[in-house]
Design a protein. Structure first.
Length: 595
């Protein structure tokens, strides 16, 4: 039912959306705004001063009280005009006219409810190894059962020599491809765990109509469990190290999962995969402790495997994944490579200290602590570690399990170190936030994101736009204020249409959203509309795929270097880490509800 409603909403918006005439274009949030949210549009092609009219839901017409602010793109030189529409607080649909051009602006008490839910439900639609039977038009038979996976020679051990067959089912397809990667899976869960911990009441009430929805566990945690079950199979039971990924030697073609026939392998253990695994299992042990009825014994298991993985990482600190060394067969799928594990050590040590209270984890966290805050990404997870310390009084939450001794009581020296580290992490976050919002008021699209060429690149809409907004909301909650909220909402405006391309970058929403993402199922399932709720990577001036696609990018300018083409893996792919950032951001916005 939800998918049909989304497609109907898209069709209705397309019929009433922006229709460029005479070279005039209006950029705006195509999904909706809260009543008290700032209502801003950006006009190209004409100076709109005196030409803007707003027809309200009751039929009355008004015009903005402020004049338009002129802004010039630092890259294209295009002149744009930023127009504040004023206090449009009555829920309903407003029609904004600029000369002969018009568009809709929707005001709602819950403008982000549907898109937030779709962003999380997307993870159900990309489950591996099961039949999808609650996807409506997107139902499909099981693909990749992964019950007969081969151990690659790079992952061989005494008890599991090369060619050993193991079972490694479940988990999510990583991106546009069909492989499963520990680094990205663990990061994605970790980011959504961080959002869950800050908005538990919201997530506890959120139902996404998945097979587990009838149990007593929140659906976000249910969905995480589907991937955690796979992650457990990726730890070598002999020594505790974790395989870097489960993969085919080469990427599959654009066919459905059930039509894939390449052999699948687990390949080399890596220190980064092992530490990410340790961190997310430590957090999972805490968060699933109250849900023993649905998942008996899991919290104890997660705690034990987390500590075992951490020990392996300490013994193998330079075991980085090097794909070029893999042979018989060679592997050419996604690498998720790294050359430093400092940030992974920090996250894992932080999560394990929070779980157990053991001083050694605190000492390790202090040794690997970052010097500045950076938005979360799979390649730099220090912020996930920082979030662990920003919970206020970070103490052991005392999961009692075999092999884990909870040390709840700390002396004054340990307490001082813990509190000082937490204070440093908060200060770093606040410094970042102040720097992030500085240029918003003078920017082309009145948002913190998108004002520097470095804001654009592979996966930029997730790592730089959504994760920036998530960081701003996190800081607000710590401060107990709404200082940064308006800036986070401005990033939502950018993401959902108030940007240089005019795209709402989330599939299935708005009147101009991606129809051809680089996503194998959406390209091969015979359904015109892609899965709803997917965030595409976004403008990427690197255009690493330009020689591999038949189409031509419409622009090389940083904020316009995007093409809605299924072949464009550099700008139009989807990925679980990107959707995790969308979940963290939009679900938090939907949780606010008092704007």
């Amino acid at each position: 039912m939800m998918n049909r409603l989304i497609l109907t909403f898209v069709a209705a918006c397309a019929a009433a959306g922006t229709m460029a005439q005479d070279g005039v274009e209006i950029r705006r949030n195509q999904v909706g705004c809260y009543p008290q949210q700032e209502k801003v549009i950006v006009v190209e092609g004409i100076n709109p001063s005196g030409k803007v009219r707003v027809t309200m839901p009751d039929g009355k017409t008004t015009k903005p009280k402020k004049g338009a602010r002129k802004a010039v793109s630092p890259w294209s030189g295009k002149t744009r005009y930023v127009v504040d529409l004023g206090d449009l607080t009555m829920p309903g649909r407003y029609v904004v006219s600029v000369g002969n051009e018009h568009c809709d602006v929707v005001v709602s008490d819950r403008p982000y409810a549907d898109i937030a839910k779709a962003s999380l439900r997307l993870f159900y639609l990309i489950r591996s190894g099961v039949t999808i039977d609650r996807g409506g038009a997107y139902n499909r038979p099981m693909g990749h059962p992964d019950t007969k996976v081969l151990v690659h020679n790079s992952a061989a051990s005494a008890l599991r020599p090369a060619g050993t067959v193991i079972s490694s089912p479940f988990g999510w397809y990583d991106a546009g491809d069909y492989n499963k990667y520990v680094v990205n899976s663990a990061f994605s869960i970790g980011l959504m765990f961080a959002a869950y911990e800050r908005q538990r009441e919201y997530f506890n009430a959120l139902s996404t109509d998945i097979p587990e929805s009838d149990n007593s566990t929140p659906d976000l945690l249910n969905e995480m469990m589907f991937n955690l079950r796979w992650l457990l199979t990726m730890q070598d039971p002999e020594d505790g190290g974790v395989y870097h990924k489960l993969t085919t030697p080469r990427f599959e073609g654009f066919v459905m999962p059930a039509d894939c026939h390449q052999p699948r392998y687990v390949v080399a253990k890596s220190v980064t995969a092992t530490l990410d695994f340790a961190a997310v299992m430590a957090d999972a042990a805490r968060l699933f402790e109250p849900y023993q009825q649905d998942y008996p014994g899991f919290a104890a298991t997660a705690a034990a495997v987390a500590e075992r993985a951490y020990r392996w990482a300490k013994e193998h600190p330079t075991a980085f994944y090097r794909q070029e060394q893999l042979t018989d067969p060679a592997v050419s799928t996604g690498t998720y490579g790294d050359r430093s594990a400092n940030d992974e050590f920090f996250w894992a040590a932080s999560a394990l200290y929070r779980l157990t209270g053991r001083q050694q984890y605190l000492e390790d966290a202090l040794a690997f602590a970052p010097q500045r805050y950076s938005t979360p990404s799979w390649g730099y997870v220090a912020s996930l570690g920082a979030f662990e310390w920003m919970e206020g009084s970070v103490k052991s939450e005392g999961v009692k399990s075999e092999g884990v001794k909870s040390e709840k009581y700390e002396d004054e020296e340990v307490k001082g170190k813990r509190e000082e580290l937490g204070k440093r992490m908060v200060e770093q976050l606040m410094t970042y936030c102040e720097e992030a919002v500085g240029a918003a008021a003078s920017s082309c699209f009145q948002a913190p994101y998108g004002n520097n060429a470095r804001d654009f690149g592979w996966g930029c809409l997730a790592e730089r736009c959504c994760c920036q907004a998530f960081s701003l909301l996190f800081a607000d909650q710590l401060l107990g204020s709404d200082r940064y909220r308006r800036y986070a909402l401005a990033n939502a405006d950018y993401l959902l249409g108030r940007n240089a391309t005019g795209y709402c970058y989330v599939t299935g929403f708005g009147d101009k959203s991606p129809l051809h993402p680089h996503h194998r199922i959406s390209a091969a399932d015979g359904i015109e509309a892609p899965f709803p709720g997917m965030l595409v990577g976004g403008p990427n001036p690197g255009q690493q795929d330009k020689h591999d696609i038949k189409a031509t990018y419409p622009s090389a300018y940083p904020d316009e270097s995007y093409i809605d083409d299924a072949e464009s893996y550099a700008s139009n792919e989807i990925a679980i880490n990107w959707n995790a950032s969308l979940v963290a951001f939009l679900c938090w916005l939907d949780a606010l509800r008092d704007i």
